[in-house]
Design a binder for this molecule. Structure first.
Ligand code: NAD
Length: 227
């Protein structure tokens, strides 16, 4: 069965709460405690967790370290993810320098740009390379994810470069919709084939501002978002 994207978002929230509880040396929690801290219902918490198995004991709640470990496993955060950043301008450099990215073993292994002013320079102990060399780079360094921080009008092409290099996960910071297909190219027998199984996650800060404008004007229209 497919799992609602909102469930995955909430699992990330539950994990963050569990990490906070662990820091405070709280050993146990319950669906109602997690629900209150996450701003959802206890039923929602149980339903979200039930997609992945049974993690608690009836009447006893959950052991914080156990549930944390299980959620990390479910989310794939118990392994290392090799990440490249494509577009090393203002945002790309800020992401590269953001320290918490390493917490879950998201490991920056390469930085790529097109600008002669950046290529050859070092950002967070990595040398910026030309994006045209990404295909060669992946021959020697396995790359799981690409973070795209290029101008919106360059995003489709840059995404194509990532996908052609065999990278299956893209975190797109550009405020544009990436089409999961190759722009029509006569020389490719099945344009778009390399896009099979590619996941794109969009981080759109401008979209957040627009949603915020709507809800600030219309606070009574905000639903609890239950699924
Ligand atoms: P920027 O102009 O500072 O940096 C963009 C970089 O991408 C440049 O270094 C440029 O040389 C490089 N580039 C261009 N084409 C490329 C390609 N094909 N391959 C690799 N690199 C390429 O821009 P920015 O402010 O860092 O923003 C980057 C993206 O993130 C934009 O889409 C922007 O809308 C979005 N964004 C920026 C912010 C912010 O606060 N700066 C916030 C949210 C979203």
């Amino acid at each position: 069965t497919a799992i609602p994207t909102a469930t995955i978002s909430r699992l990330v929230t539950y994990l963050r709460i569990l990490e906070g509880l662990e820091t405070q040396e709280v050993g146990r929690t319950s669906s109602s405690d997690l629900a209150e801290r996450a701003g959802v219902t206890a039923f929602q918490v149980r339903k979200d967790l039930a997609y992945f198995g049974r993690f608690g004991t009836r009447g006893m709640g959950y052991l914080v370290p156990v549930l944390k470990r299980e959620l990390m496993r479910v989310l794939g955060l118990n392994r290392t993810w090799n990440v490249v950043i494509v577009g090393v301008g203002r945002l790309g450099q800020a992401i590269a320098n953001y320290p918490a990215a390493g917490d879950y073993q998201f490991q920056y292994v390469g930085l790529f740009d097109v600008s002669p002013e950046l290529i050859g320079h070092t950002v967070r102990h990595l040398t910026v390379q030309h994006v045209e060399t990404l295909g060669q780079f992946v021959q020697t360094t396995p790359v799981d994810m690409g973070f795209l921080a290029v101008p919106p009008e360059r995003a489709q092409d840059a995404a194509q470069t990532l996908v052609e290099a065999g990278i299956r996960g893209i975190l797109n910071f550009a405020p544009t919709v990436i089409q999961p297909r190759t722009a029509d190219r006569g020389d490719v027998a099945d344009p778009g084939d390399e896009w099979r199984g590619v996941t794109i996650e969009n981080v759109d800060f401008l979209a957040g501002m627009k949603r915020l404008a709507f809800y600030t004007l219309n606070p009574h229209l905000k639903s609890a978002d239950l699924e």
